[in-house]
Design a protein around this ligand. Structure first.
Ligand code: UD1
Ligand code: UDP
Length: 362
């Protein structure tokens, strides 16, 4: 059987690592279709190199446009490739425009769809990611849920139980599979950082960056954190946020050190050694939990509630008072939670399930 892996952004490359690795090791028939939703070298090529992934077989060059245009172009171009390549199954991971574009293309051609990271819900339909993940789940034939929480959401939405498989989270595969690489080089001196003496920041979600007042409030909160703790807030900034800060003419407060987006191993090391991580990223919430670093989610909800339940994460919103009180709480954490995301064999489980199912049909 032939599997088409569709990916397009930084987190999808990371989530697909163990799956591609597994297919490659087995010498299985597969291809990678890259939409290039992320195209800057430090959001794209860097991850293929570090993770030693084979280069994509097809690059679609669909980046930087409105959500509507991105999805429409991806759908059209992916369909053309699928018609030629004739895979038996298309695999997508997460909740980006690439994921929905890929799932729509496969569904229109009657090709089976596997959704990695199925069943996550923020219950906030104003987020583009929430719409992408709900639609993709309901188009999919294999729904790979990280934990029981997502299974519950899917059953509530009347997804057939036979389609749902609880397999852990493939982000855990990427983290646990590279712990040695992460420790090979000490990256902290390069950024003048010392263990446990800095906060790590990432902010890039549309709901936080596209609204001037909200982004301004977030920057104000970072300023207050620096005023209270006097320690660096290190922020590898996403190009979307960089663009918005310039467009809105906002000032980055004292104490916040900006850098370009970092390579994966370097970034994981910075998570591992941070006092607390402050983020609106999905993947970073999971990685902080896996690496035992306390996390604050700078949003009003999370689709990763397990991280909160185990005590690794607090939904801190954007207001200074809540952020400061949450940091205080998290600094007292004993960091003794157990990661709910599995032990690093999610990719293998996913491939085994799909291959077994196809073998039983042939
Ligand atoms: C997308 C996902 C988001 C995910 C994030 C991961 C959707 C709806 N959103 O958001 O869920 O968390 O990826 O990082 O799919 N840009 C560059 N270089 C790049 C990529 C983007 O400069 O390589 C800039 C462009 O100005 C672009 C903007 O960032 O317009 C937004 O990029 P886009 O891919 O539309 O969404 P993300 O914000 O990256
Ligand atoms: N990441 C990285 N370098 C950075 C920032 C993030 O390697 O400078 C990784 C991070 O470890 C995680 C992924 O990118 O695996 C998360 O991507 P992002 O926050 O852009 O997207 P989300 O997870 O919110 O969809």
């Amino acid at each position: 059987m032939k599997i088409a892996i569709i990916l397009g952004t930084r987190p999808e490359i990371i989530k697909m690592w163990s799956i591609i690795h597994q297919l490659h090791e087995q010498k299985s028939d597969y291809l990678i279709i890259h939409t290039n939703q992320h195209y800057s070298s430090n959001m794209n090529e860097v991850f293929f190199q570090s993770l030693r992934l084979p280069l994509p077989h097809h690059n679609l060059h669909v980046g930087s446009d409105t959500q509507g245009k991105q999805i429409a172009l991806m759908l059209t171009k992916i369909k053309e490739i699928l018609v030629k390549e004739k895979p038996d199954c298309v695999m997508v991971a997460g909740d980006t425009n690439t994921v929905l574009g890929g799932a729509l293309a496969a569904s229109q051609l009657g090709i089976k769809i596997a959704h990695v990271e199925a069943g996550l819900r923020s219950f906030d339909s104003t987020m583009p990611e929430e719409i992408n993940r709900i639609l993709t789940d309901h188009l999919s034939d294999y729904l790979f849920a990280p934990t029981k929480t997502q299974e519950k959401h899917l059953l509530y939405e009347e997804v057939s139980p036979q389609k749902i498989h609880i397999v852990g989270n493939s982000v855990a595969d990427a983290v646990l599979g590279h712990l040695k690489d992460v420790k090979k080089i000490d990256y902290l001196p390069k950024h003048s950082l010392r263990k446990q003496e800095y906060f790590l920041i990432t902010i890039h979600r549309a709901e936080n960056t596209d609204n001037k007042e909200r982004l301004q409030k977030l920057l104000k909160s970072l300023e207050k954190v620096y005023q209270k703790y006097g320690q660096t807030l290190f922020y590898p900034i996403h190009p979307r946020t960089k663009k918005r800060i310039a467009e809105f003419k906002l000032k980055v407060p004292k104490g916040v050190i900006l850098s370009d987006p970092l390579d994966y191993f370097e970034f994981l090391q910075l998570i591992e050694n941070a006092k607390v991580v402050l983020t609106d990223s999905g993947g970073v919430q999971e990685e902080a939990c896996i690496l035992k670093t306390p996390c604050l989610t700078l949003r009003d909800n999370t689709e990763r509630p397990e991280t909160v339940e185990v005590g690794a994460n607090i939904i801190a919103g954007t207001k200074p008072a809540k952020i400061l009180s949450s940091i205080k709480l998290m600094m007292e954490s004993k960091r003794n939670w157990i990661s709910p995301f599995g032990n690093g064999d999610t990719g293998k489980k996913i491939i085994d399930i799909i291959q077994k199912d196809f073998n039983s049909l042939s």
